[in-house]
Ligand binder design. Structure first.
Ligand code: AP5
Ligand code: MG
Length: 189
């Protein structure tokens, strides 16, 4: 079983590379951003609460995210494992994930940290905003998301370094080139 965390700043390619990994390893994909956007679309209480934070480029509170994630794990059992995309985003979430997996007799196989310079992130997200209309893909909110990543999410790297699970991946290049580096990291972990 391979439970994988795909990690990186907004626009680093977590969603894009997850598609490749789920096809290759037949994993379950859990993107907390995708789950929250579905809740927003359905105007559920969680969606209405999340919207306030997402449109500001801020994180949704840990307690809501951790409960939501636990429910996703209960609803989606997959013997091959799960790829966690956009989660954990705080050290508290990383610790909670470890407890949730250990309770199920599982652990994280590897944490893949996609590294992309800020100017490339901004360029990719502005382009996606024009194409998809995602409400947080405008210059002001993109910059806030990058700041929130640096302040609240970067400490998660230290957590996985401490667990000996962290692998840095250069996230600039073609999608295929990056996928090849990811495959090597998963096989060598
Ligand atoms: P989330 O949905 O996770 O968004 P994000 O982290 O900001 O990242 P993105 O989805 O924008 O980027 P990505 O890394 O997936 O890149 P992608 O593959 O799409 O979270 C949104 C919000 O929800 C958060 O701000 C927060 O409010 C809330 N939230 C979610 N999870 C939370 C949590 N755990 N705790 C608290 N709050 C949470 O690629 C981006 C673009 O680049 C695409 O257009 C793609 O086609 C293009 N691209 C990808 N790879 C390449 C390449 N190699 N070359 C050129 N272009 C490329
Ligand atoms: Mg994404």
């Amino acid at each position: 079983m391979k439970n994988i965390v795909i990690f990186g700043p907004p626009g680093s390619g977590k969603g894009t590379q997850s598609e490749f990994i789920i096809n290759k390893y037949k994993l379950q994909h859990i993107s907390t951003g995708d789950v929250l956007r579905a809740e927003m679309k359905n105007e559920t209480p969680l969606g209405q609460e999340a919207k306030k934070h997402i449109e500001q480029g801020a994180l949704v509170p840990d307690s809501l995210i951790i409960d939501m994630l636990e429910k996703c794990l209960d609803d989606n059992s997959n013997d091959n494992g799960v790829i966690f995309d956009g989660f954990p985003r705080t050290v508290a979430q990383a610790e909670a994930l470890k407890v949730m997996l250990n309770k199920r007799g599982q652990d994280i196989h590897v944490m893949l940290n996609l590294q992309v310079p800020d100017e490339v992130l901004v360029e990719r997200l502005i382009k996606r905003g024009e194409e998809s209309g995602r409400s947080d893909d405008n210059l002001e909110t993109i910059q806030k998301r990058i700041n929130v990543y640096n302040e609240q999410t970067v400490p998660v790297i230290g957590f996985y370094e401490g667990e000996n699970k962290h692998v840095a991946i250069e996230g600039v290049g073609t999608i295929e080139e990056i996928a090849a580096k990811i495959t090597a990291a998963i096989e060598n972990a």
